[in-house]
Design a protein around this ligand. Sequence first.
Ligand SMILES: [Zn+2]
Length: 512
Amino acid sequence: MRSKSSRRDFLKLTSLLPFGLAASNLEKRFGVHLQQPGGQKNVLVIVFDAWSAYNVSLYGYGRNTTPNIDRLAERATVYHNHHAGGSFTTPGTASLLTGVLPWTHRAFESNGTLDEAFVTRNIFTAFQNHYSIAYTHNPWANTLLEQLRDEIDELVPWFSLFLRSYDDEVIHTAFRNDDDIASVSWVRNTNINGNGYSYSLLFSNFLQWLRERNIVDFRKWFPRGIPSIESSYNSFVLEDAVNWIENRLTSISRPFLGYFHFLPPHDPYRTRLEFYNHFAQDGFKPLNKPEDAFTQNVPFSKLTQSRMEYDEYLLYIDREFANLFDQLESSGFLENTWVVLTSDHGEMFERGILGHGTDTLYEPVIRVPLMIFEPGKSTRVDIHTPTSAIDVLPTLLHVTGQPIPAWVEGTPLPPYSASGPEPNRKIYAMRSNKNKKYAPLTRASVSVTQGRYKLHYYFGHKNRNVDEFVRLFDVEADPEELTDLSLSNKDVTDTLLNELKVKLDEVNKPYR
Ligand SMILES: [Zn+2]
């Protein structure tokens, strides 16, 4: 009998071969079976970064941003009240991967990493019998995947799905442990600035010519620029990723666990030509909400324009997800595969705040889509119970008949689990990117949602000389969070706040 480690080594070897070549030849030569073993389903997790549920037509948004996903939802379980664990990539992704909250996994600093204990406690180790494959465009999500590298059978290199990869390839291969810093140094040394200055003029000019040659054909398809991260030298098109997954999945061992985390609709919002200005004249009028403590003073006109560009970018991911789904269906994959569609955190276009680089925890920045497609299922189920990113891992383990480890903090979700979460369960989200990893939380934003009430608790931010303040909203009656009840409904506020402080005391204890 083949041991797990030799199987892993063998599978890693096959992953080095050119796509499509590996499967059939190796199957003959080495007798490895790539057919679906009986009863074991594949799991495919698709994450679109910074995708707020607030902007999704499926969840009642005033623009039709997801016509294809709305169609596919007719055969999915749709979660209407789903929350990320954090409000930016690091904590949000880490909660998806580990099934625990940021104060437990400790990946809450900017580009932070997990507590060492979670290197062996995560989705890749929990799915012991699945061949695991993972990819992300996002360098901060990649930091987390790199930390789990030894537990992932096939971690697809970050630079693989970018249009210009040769210089990134040098950097990310040579400086694997410091690739975020290495990229910055590389860009600084090789980019030509506006006045033509660079550290190495000859080399930089040559490199620029090479890079330009590689993407010039794509320019006409992206009027706002080609999608990219960090610099225009990391440009990509989503179609490449979708086609790549479709190809790769046909040749890997089964059952597999795939985690694919794509950058869109993360900024910069650069939709394809087909969707450009699609919403420009639609007369849609977003609510002009009052500014709050953490306002960035972004004018409403700028927020409205950015929102429109974001919404047009959603049309692009909507189409590409549907393409992937349809391709997987026509190749028969969906009969044996659970598909999860979700995000790591949301995005904001209100209260003078743009994006997700904010300490506030209003719903647009933490409420994200969650849809689960069950193999062979053709009807829709709607779930309105509040749910959390930490529930995704235990739900997937539950539906594939595997044990849920004791360290998981989430719970298997309805309709798959008859018991489901307790009706009074608290859903937490947090942000504390300036707090030290192994120190008690003294500078953070935490939200707790219980039933119809959501408490925001901000402390240690030194904002407007107020060290600590709260907000309370009835998110059932007031989903836009317009009427702060923290003074008029003191009982609920005090109860939730006191219970939250007890909880914080508990999670801070190991770091005192
Ligand atoms: Zn993100």
